[in-house]
Unconditional design. Sequence first.
Length: 437
Amino acid sequence: WALIDFYVCKTLPTFVGNSVSTFSAIQIALRDGHKSYWYNSQSIPLQDLWKVFSVPIVYTYTELSAATGKHLLQTSIESVRQVMPNNKIHILYHGTNDTVFRSWLLSRNVILHEHNPTWRDQIETMRLYGNPKKSHLFLHSGNYLGTWQRIDIPLFLETEYVLQLDSDTIIRKPFTLADFGLNLTHGVAMSSEVNFDDTTPSNAGVTLMNVPNLRHTHSEFMDYIMSHVKTGFDHPCPSDQGAYLTFYNQSTQFLSQKFNFKPYWNVNDVFRQSYILHFHGPKPHDYIRFIMGKGCDNALKSLCSRGINLSPHLVCQSLAVFAKASMSVDRHAYCSASFIVPAQAMFCQSLFEHVAENPTCTDFYSLIRDSLDAVPSYMKLPRAVIMKRLGLSTSYSRYLWFSIYGATVVGWVSAAIFLYRRVSMPPKKQRKGTSAI
């Protein structure tokens, strides 16, 4: 009877079992987690011995996002496919015009869910009431809509757990359900926001979601959000993060920093063990702008400075990981979309190429100098500003030495030609009836 029961369950469209049961664990593994649930909502004991229980990944995207947002998303998806080629990837997609991008997603075996949020106008009102100096999220209407799309994830996915990722994340190492531990969340699990030592769940950029529970409470959660459109949420974290952390405060757990590592955290050992890298706050082009002396938005200044000045080695390694995935999508797209000035885009591209070839980043400043030297001297770049930003004297810049050397060589060659002409060419004969003056 057990054998008959097993094959009958295998043919059913949806399976609900107990994760402790070996019978249920095999059913869940065969379905790859799709349309399979376990009513005890905890880990699967068999996962430590049989590492086949993958965690579906889900993104959100709107065609109203900034131009760099699309390439960030492509880079993140590409990193998943490079590290975990068979892992299921979902995306809640808003918009119908970008057929090229939609085709690209399908070519990467991404499952598209058409998303037309009914609450869009209310969320835009919330953005207009927000303070851009406190969060960069309030600066862009499309980006703000995109971050709120996650609240509808439980309405589209049929699985027990899902890992929601922001587009500015990069997968570094493969992981399965076993890597999240035995005590899985009944609601959501998030990691630290800004400070590594803070173990308070606070950053929704990487969120482990218990889909059945979030689906069950979705209606109440929406009512709660709509009642705070003009007032915001009584929590230090803004917008959707504040909504999750106040409404689900009794069922929120802390997610290890290994799943949400920030480049500005100067913690080398955790970086080496990390599964997911998160460009929280400053994006790759923001760090490059900061290096060029262009500054960052007010909300990002402190994190840009913290990363470049206090954690340059990890910022460099993070840029290397990003560059590898980014250039495999399109070698020039990200830098071209991020910088209008050709010289700045060329410097960005040069830096990507140098760090991708030297991912250990033994000397970040040397890589920056190499990237700077690769940009032709006739193209305007704040070279002295860049060297000052690195805390180095311009006298140590190879560019400056090459310029001095080049000018010296040109000077000596010019003097030699002048002397040669004076010595080798005979003086002109004077005409009769004239006198030399």
